[in-house]
Design a protein around this ligand. Structure first.
Ligand code: SAM
Length: 195
């Protein structure tokens, strides 16, 4: 649900992101959060689903998590977010609490390459937004937790086409998926698991 608490935290994170970009902070010190319209698209994906289980790889300070968690609050579900940067983890926890979404989102701390294999759950939606060089390996790990009908959404496939063009091509060539590159903001690769 997009209530006033959620909207206030999203607006603050958007202001902070804009200020940090203006100050020219290096990417590692910024939230590197998705564009607002990508957040809205994530919300639109999950809000109509019943008991929607979401895996987020790359939670940062919680901006995309908050869109996803606000979405799953309509018909049930949960967001499991993976993040390994201690400063981002602290901010994620504070922001998700400020938004009143602690019951809808959990954080798994640590390197996703180590934490993901230990997660037994099956997910309906996976959102991939970590380091671009790792997408292929992170996708492979997430793929083991997805059943037919699940969706993988990967961000930055057009803004980082030199690195992630191969990711999109591999998804398009995979007969177990139906995959489309959507030119929204930095580019989303949306892959539906067929079998
Ligand atoms: C682009 S940012 C994510 C932005 C976030 N999805 C949002 O929109 O608010 C990528 C995040 O992934 C985290 N990350 C990168 N590699 C990781 C890994 N192997 N395990 C866990 N977190 C990782 C980084 O610390 C960073 O915070």
């Amino acid at each position: 649900m997009l209530d006033d608490r959620v909207r206030a935290v999203l607006a603050r994170l958007e202001r902070e992101d804009a200020e940090e970009r203006e100050r020219g902070l290096p990417p590692a010190e910024r939230s590197r959060q998705v564009a607002r319209t990508t957040g809205q698209a994530l919300f639109a994906f999950v809000a109509p689903q019943t008991d929607c289980e979401v895996l987020e790889i790359g939670g940062s300070r919680g901006y995309s998590t908050i869109w996803l968690a606000a979405g799953v609050r309509y018909f049930g579900g949960r967001v499991l977010s993976l993040e390994d940067d201690p400063a981002k983890i602290e901010a994620w926890r504070a922001n998700v609490a400020d938004a009143g979404l602690e019951d809808w989102a959990d954080l798994v701390e640590g390197d996703a390459f180590e934490t993901m294999p230990a997660i037994d759950d099956v997910f309906d939606v996976a959102f991939l937004d970590a380091e671009k060089d790792d997408y292929e390996k992170l996708f492979a790990l997430a793929r083991t937790k997805l059943e037919p009908g699940a969706v993988v959404i990967a961000d930055n496939v057009l803004s980082h086409e030199e690195t992630l063009g191969a990711y999109s091509r591999a998804r398009h060539e995979d007969a177990t998926l139906e995959s489309v590159t959507v030119p929204l903001d930095r580019g989303l690769e949306i892959s539906v698991v067929l079998r």
